[in-house]
Design a binder for this molecule. Sequence first.
Ligand code: KIV
Length: 277
Amino acid sequence: MSATARKTAPMPDDIRAMKGGTPIVSLTAYTTPMAQMMDAHCDFVLVGDSVGMVLHGLPSTLGVTMEMMEMHGRAVARGLSRAMMVIDMPFGSYEESREQAFRNAARLMASTGAGAVKLEGGVAMADTIAFLVARGIPVMAHVGLTPQSINTLGGYKVQGRGDAGEALMADAQAVADAGAFAVVLEKVPETLADEVTAAVHIPTIGIGASAGCDGQILVLDDMLGLFTAFKAKFVKRYAELGADGAEAIAAYADDVRARRFPGPEHVFGDAAPGAKP
Ligand code: KIV
C-alpha cells in the first residue's frame, strides 16, 4: 500500500497487513500544520506524549495530561485526511486497571477521532491490551525503552542488551498475542530488533532499533532540528529548522531596530476603498 495512492485513511488492520512489506512510515505530530505537512507521506501519524517535552518544555513525558493529549489530538485530526491517527495514552491514564484504560482510551478516541491508541508496556500490559481490543479499541504497543518508566528503568538507556533480550522478546510476544496491531520497539540493539521482527506476527515500528523493522517512527521536531535540547543517536536530522529559525528571528530583530522592517511593500496607502492596495 502506498501512502500517496490511498484515498481513505488506513485502518489498524491495513497497518497490520503491511507486515513484511514496504516499510511503514510514521512521524509524530502535535499541531494542524505539522499534520498537514506529513499527511501525504505517512501511513500513520502518532500524537505522541513527547508533546510534553518538545512543545511544552516538560523535563519528561510524565507530566502530560489527558487534556493535553485531547487538545493536540483534535488539532492533528484537523490536518489529516489520508494517514491514520494513533494517540498516546498519557502516564497514569491506563496502568491502574483495565477499566480505567478502557474509559480513557474511549475518551481519547471519541474526542479526537483517533483510529487507535498507543500504550507503553509488555507482559504487564498484555491483559489490558486484550481487554481494550475485545471492546473495540485498536492498540499499538510500545516496548523497549518506555519513556513513561524512566524512573524505574534508570534513565533513557538502551534496553534488552545481553540477558535482558529474552524479557524484551517476551514483552513483544505478549503484546502481539494480546491483540496489538503493531508494536513500537524503542532503543533496542539492532540484532534483537531483527529477531523480534522475525518472531512476532505484527509489524514492528522501530525508533533507535533497526532498518529491518517493519516500519520506522521519529519525533518530527527531532528530525526537523526544532528540538535541540539534546539529540539522541538514533535521530537523523533532515533539516535544521531550529537554527534557521533562530537566524531568521535575529535578522527580524535587526531589521526592526534599524527601521528596515516594515518596508514599503508591507504598509498600506491611504487610497479609497476599491482602489489598488
Ligand atoms: O511519544 C512519542 O513521541 C513516542 C514515539 C517516540 C514512539 O512514543
